[in-house]
Design a protein around this ligand. Structure first.
Ligand code: GLP
Length: 261
């Protein structure tokens, strides 16, 4: 795992945004995996403010609430349309989310998984639930899971209630990429900011690999970049080591020859 600790949330967001910009500059038709949630809002705002051309990328979002159609304001499709796809004029046919209003959510999940597998994902952006979830893979999710319907925990529904109006129910189910689906991405970039994520960040990076903290499986990923701010890094035991390797989240200087010729 590459652990990058940035001084504050704004710089952590900047680091993740740069990762996306650099990939798209190199590969304009990249396949991007996208995430939602409050943490990602400034990432999309930064992409919209910048001049990166996203007209040729293909995107797959991690998840969608079961029962919410694309026009529902709290659907993740609406979130993405408003914050990124619309402002960046991205062709709708290249942006993919599971259909939350599908008649058969299980069949929709299988269709979505197959669409992802067709070309895979070059860079998968991830947020982190305070309970260690990635996508909507809640604690106890199979580490070998594919895209499917998951029941949300009460803690996740409570955490996401802030996006819904008073009296509006947070859906109980979601279609989410599975943990094995996420693990197949060629590069995963996880962003976590703020003190509320500090326990989950420590469990993900330094705890055992366990379904109780689904994000801990990223320890097994050959190319995982974890970008956190100081507040989210607060509970890391090896914090000084990560800072030594990547001071302030920077790339290390090129290695010199350690042995004289
Ligand atoms: C949500 C989403 C995740 C997101 C996470 C954190 O429920 N399904 O993809 O990363 O929880 O959300 P936030 O960034 O709002 O803390």
């Amino acid at each position: 795992m590459k652990v990058l600790i940035l001084p504050d949330a704004a710089q952590a967001v900047g680091r993740v945004t740069r990762e996306i910009r650099d990939l798209v500059a190199q590969r304009p038709d990249a396949r991007l995996g996208l995430a939602t949630g409050g943490t990602m809002e400034p990432v999309y705002a930064a992409l919209v403010a910048g001049d990166v051309d996203l007209s040729r990328v293909t995107t797959f979002n991690l998840d969608e609430y079961v029962g919410l159609g694309p026009d529902h304001p709290q659907s993740y499709r609406a979130y993405m349309n408003t914050r990124l796809f619309g402002p960046k004029n991205m062709p709708a046919a290249q942006t993919h989310l599971p259909r939350g209003d599908a008649d058969d959510p299980a069949a929709e999940a299988a269709r979505y998984e197959a669409a992802i597998c067709e070309g895979g994902i070059d860079l998968q952006l991830l947020g982190l639930g305070a309970n260690g979830h990635i996508g909507f893979n809640e604690p106890s999710s199979s580490l070998g899971s594919l895209t499917r319907v998951k029941t949300l925990t009460n803690s996740t529904r409570d955490a996401n209630a802030r996006f819904f109006g008073p009296g509006e129910d947070v859906p109980r189910y979601a279609i989410t990429m599975g943990i094995a689906t996420i693990m197949q991405a060629r590069h995963v970039v996880l962003l976590a900011t703020g003190a509320a994520k500090a326990d989950a960040v420590a469990a993900m990076i330094e705890g055992p690999i366990t379904a109780i903290c689904p994000a801990s499986i990223l320890q097994m990923h050959p190319r995982a970049t974890i970008v956190v701010d100081e507040a989210a890094a607060a509970r890391l035991t090896l914090r000084d080591y990560y800072q030594t390797v990547h001071p302030g989240g920077a790339e290390p200087p090129p290695m010199g020859r350690s042995v004289r010729p």
